[in-house]
Design a protein around this ligand. Structure first.
Ligand SMILES: Cc1ncc(COP(=O)(O)O)c(C=O)c1O
Length: 348
């Protein structure tokens, strides 16, 4: 009695969104200079937007609440109701944005390719004929890295060919770059180089970079201004958001290069798990910070056994788990998690 209950530490591999702001990030938030961003008067938001536009290599950027809003702004500003949007198999806006594309912008999707990637010829084959009874194809979305495909990097040679084809066919091209930071660190190509072929780009600060909230929609000034209006209509224009922008600025300055550690940890986890009974991992597919783990056992049973032993992980299919490394998971955590998961997957 009177003693504090001991809280069991959980190694949380469910997502790179589970990180909590570090004391230094909180300090930066507390010190942020703020103003009313609806009037465009928040100096920290304005600074962040300039910095992000420069990093991504676009004319302008708009600070928004989430990656979902960033993607939906790309759709809203570059399509009309009744249009069709081409995206990868498993693309985030198709699977995980609550049906916002059809709901907010009146578009439908066509998914193409395999394992999160596709080619210029896949795009060509998917373009609807220009007859009035077919939907009008207007936008192509690339996801780099690809979440559902296990952090896969979209080959830049394909991006360049897709961009050329999209331009020739009058289609806009959007990059869902929620984890473009990971792709950049892994390929040693700058974010601006990876983003250059795209008209618009959304990036997230709240995944591997460790900020509590925030994304940016980047592109030509005209589209960013159009997006500002949608953001307001959707209730996403907020006031002293410099407190949040300060966290994003801190994340950009301090947490980008270290993503290489997350990639090494993901590779280590995959390697250790690939030796376990009842587990299959495609090591070549572990390109960044996400590991898809295929099981002989039922995923929900393995999740429950792992949780009981201090490891949180998500099932993404009946016999598949997804593990994500991030800045709150150390190498030692990964070694411990691999042991727990191996035992859980083997039925112990
Ligand atoms: C590839 C990708 N795009 C977009 C998003 C959406 O981000 P948010 O959860 O901030 O809406 C996510 C979230 O995990 C994602 O993985």
């Amino acid at each position: 009695m009177g003693k504090k209950a001991k809280v069991a530490t959980v190694i949380d591999l469910r997502s790179d969104t589970v990180t909590r702001p570090s004391p230094a990030m909180r300090e930066a938030m507390a010190r942020a200079e703020v103003g009313d961003d609806v009037f465009g008067e928040d100096p920290t938001v304005n600074l962040l937007q300039e910095e992000v536009a420069a990093i991504v290599g676009k004319e302008a950027a708009l600070f928004v609440s989430s990656g979902t809003m960033g993607n939906q702004l790309a759709i809203a500003t570059q399509t009309r109701p009744g249009d069709e949007v081409i995206a990868s198999e498993g693309a985030h806006p198709i699977w995980f944005e609550g049906g916002a594309g059809p709901a907010l912008s009146g578009v439908q999707f066509q998914s193409i390719g395999r394992g999160g990637v596709f080619t210029a010829d896949d795009v060509e084959a998917a373009i609807q004929p220009s007859v009035y009874w077919s939907p009008r194809t207007s936008l192509v979305c690339v996801e780099n890295t690809h979440n559902r495909a296990g952090g896969r990097i979209f080959p830049q040679s394909d991006v360049l060919a897709i961009a050329e084809r999209a331009k020739a066919r009058g289609l806009a091209l959007h990059l869902d770059g929620a984890r473009i930071w990971n792709a950049s660190v892994a390929t040693k190509k700058s974010v601006a180089e990876l983003a250059a072929p795209f008209d618009t780009v959304s990036v997230c600060f709240s995944k591997g970079l460790g900020a509590p909230i925030g994304s940016a929609f980047c592109g030509p000034r005209k589209l960013v201004e159009a997006a500002r209006r949608f953001r307001k209509q959707w209730g996403g224009a907020v006031r002293q958001s410099g407190i949040l922008a300060a966290a994003a600025r801190y994340a950009l300055a301090h947490n980008r290069e270290r993503l290489a550690e997350d990639h090494a940890n993901a590779k280590l986890l995959a390697t250790l798990l690939s030796k376990a009974r009842g587990v299959t991992v495609d090591l070549d597919r572990v390109e960044t910070n996400i590991v898809n783990v295929d099981l002989d056992a039922r995923a929900e049973d393995v999740v429950a056994r792992a949780r009981a032993n201090g490891v949180a992980i998500n099932a993404t299919a009946a016999k598949r788990l997804r593990a994500v490394t991030h800045l709150d998971v150390s190498r030692a955590d990964v070694e411990r998690a691999a042991e727990v998961l191996a035992r859980a997957a083997g039925g112990a």
